[in-house]
Design a binder for this molecule. Structure first.
Ligand code: ACM
Length: 545
């Protein structure tokens, strides 16, 4: 009789739905191990040979189903649920069945976790035994949207870092990479029709350092952008790992870089690309030409990104300039709008209409609720849960990303050694224990919660090393929260997390140690929030410097 065991001894993260130990047997991978895959599972076979093959030094050659020790297949009839899989290991071999190709991929991710942590290196060290325990696992995710946002506008991350980030998302069974591609401080995607967006708007003369008042600057140009071929490569690489890449072009606020390249987009003529962090009055004009410009931008974006969801931003758009703008006031009158909030909603509705006609869905930050929600809009709730609750009650889908549990730029402890601490305290256990579905929603309303995501804003993240420090291990805690069903108790999770850190070490991830920063993680003299005794929290959001 197989004994039902707690998954603890295997330290699987995220915790699977059901794990049954099948006793002392098991399987050792050798040079003779063959792998078969049916047509729909071929992608995972290629991934397994490339990744596990490199780590173990084993060929893991393709074989026929009859003589393969590892068999990968897709069977929608197996009753495994969306993205679900079953993984069975005994001394005869390994069977991975997925409800769909993504399930097979997740099954193989679990298989990798069952090997020693050296399975996460890029080459074998010699002497390891690649032994898999006899086990039977049935698993499926709780949420369909398990995302992470990377802000490559404030500080650019080149293609190779984005590819690495995708690998780390896949390792954690996350499936959405939201790329924040534009902001006041830089435009990061090539648009053929408007070359100045990258020639002029993709770099700034210098960057604010920390949140000091008056601001301190580094005097050093910063920039970079992804070409359209880079994007195609990123999207294909992500797709092979069952990660959807959701692009965001942030309008009508956070648009200084675009206005620098094409001053006719704004209300005030020429302005520089932003060098300071915060929320600024310089926003887009709501003219026909501006709408035409952005429809063209989104049309190119749609060619590049197959994602159903296209993010249009919509956050933190001060209305000061529109109050004083003849063209904005004329639009308000002509369209019979009540005020500037409704003007913003009118602008977003034009984009919603445009994207819907092209078979895509508009996604926006929760400010898009303020002057009335566009009919096709999905809402990303960041200023707490209220936006998500209101949108779900109005019958719209939502993705939960409230600052208090989801902002990975926020400080990880109250220690003065945390590098450039901003935001409210967000420890790994806070990420783990918070609940993505707002308690106020009824069962029916909560069906509109597609899932959740964490957001990495990069005002103070100017290198991959700092990125690793801010993202890990909080991303690991988040992954379990959005994948695993059932109770979450940090004391149960922590030993598994500690084991998992060995995998991250092997993968070369410079996570924040659980007991706090090392000397080289600190940024002495660079101030974050709370430096000034009289300081009130910045007016809104993550960004305020
Ligand atoms: C945001 O944090 N401004 C969406």
């Amino acid at each position: 009789m197989p004994e039902k065991s707690h998954p603890d001894p295997l330290s699987l993260v995220p915790r699977p739905l059901e794990v049954t130990s099948e006793g002392p047997g098991g399987l050792t991978l050798t040079t003779a191990t063959r792998v078969s895959a049916d047509r729909e599972a071929q992608g995972t076979l290629v991934w397994l040979q490339r990744e596990l093959g490199a780590a173990t030094g084993l060929p893991l050659a393709a074989g026929d189903e009859e003589d393969a020790q590892i068999r990968l297949s897709v069977d929608p009839g197996a009753g495994l649920g969306r993205e679900g899989y079953r993984l069975i290991i005994d001394s005869a071999g390994v069977i991975v069945v997925g409800n769909e190709p993504a399930g097979v991929f997740y099954g193989v991710q679990t298989l990798r976790q069952l090997l020693p942590a050296d399975a996460y290196r890029s080459t074998p060290l010699g002497g390891a035994e690649w032994r898999l325990p006899a086990v039977s696992i049935t698993d499926a995710p709780r949420f369909r949207w398990r995302g992470a946002m990377l802000d490559i506008a404030r500080h650019f991350q080149p293609k190779r870092e984005i590819l690495r980030f995708i690998d780390l998302l896949a390792l954690h069974k996350l499936n959405v990479l939201h790329l924040h591609l534009t902001d006041d401080q830089g435009w990061r995607v090539e648009i053929r029709r408007y070359p100045k967006l990258t020639e002029a708007a993709s770099w700034r003369t210098e960057s604010q350092v920390g949140t000091s008042r008056p601001p301190v600057f580094d005097g050093r140009p910063h920039g970079g952008f992804l070409t359209q071929d880079d994007i195609r490569e990123i999207v294909a690489y992500a797709d092979a790992r069952h990660v959807a890449v959701v692009p965001e072009i942030d309008v009508p606020g956070h648009s200084q870089a675009a206005i620098h390249a094409y001053p006719e987009l704004g209300e005030v003529g020429e302005i520089p690309v932003g060098t300071q962090w915060g929320v600024f009055d310089e926003v887009l004009a709501v003219t026909d030409n501006v709408l035409e410009f952005y429809k063209n931008v989104f049309d190119e974006l749609i060619e590049l990104f197959p994602s159903t969801y296209i993010h249009v931003g919509g956050d933190e758009c001060p209305k000061t300039q529109w109050k004083n703008s003849a063209s904005a006031q004329q639009r308000i009158r002509e369209e019979g709008l009540a005020d500037e909030d409704e003007l913003q909603s009118w602008f977003i509705r034009q984009l919603d209409d445009h994207l819907t006609k092209r078979g895509r869905r508009l996604l926006g930050w929760d400010e898009i609720l303020e002057g009335g929600l566009a009919p096709g809009a999905t809402v990303m709730s960041w200023r707490g849960e209220e936006g998500g609750i209101a949108a779900a009650r109005a019958g719209h889908d939502v993705v939960m990303a409230p600052t208090a549990s989801s902002y990975l730029d926020y400080k990880q402890s109250d220690s003065p050694d945390e590098p450039v601490p901003v935001g409210t305290l967000l420890r790994v256990e806070d990420v783990y224990e918070s609940e993505p579905v707002p308690a106020d929603l009824t069962e029916e309303e909560s069906q509109h919660v597609l899932g959740a995501q964490v957001n990495l804003w990069s005002e103070h993240i100017d290198s991959q090393r700092k990125l690793d420090y801010m993202v890990f291990p909080r991303l690991t805690a988040f992954a379990e929260k959005v994948w695993s069903e059932g109770e979450r108790d940090f004391t149960e999770f922590e030993p598994r997390l500690k084991h998992h850190l060995g995998r991250l070490d092997a993968a070369g991830v410079e996570y924040r140690p659980l007991d706090g920063p090392r000397p080289w993680h600190t940024r002495p003299g660079v101030h974050g929030w709370g430096y000034y005794p009289d300081e009130a929290p910045p007016e809104q959001g993550h960004a305020a410097g």
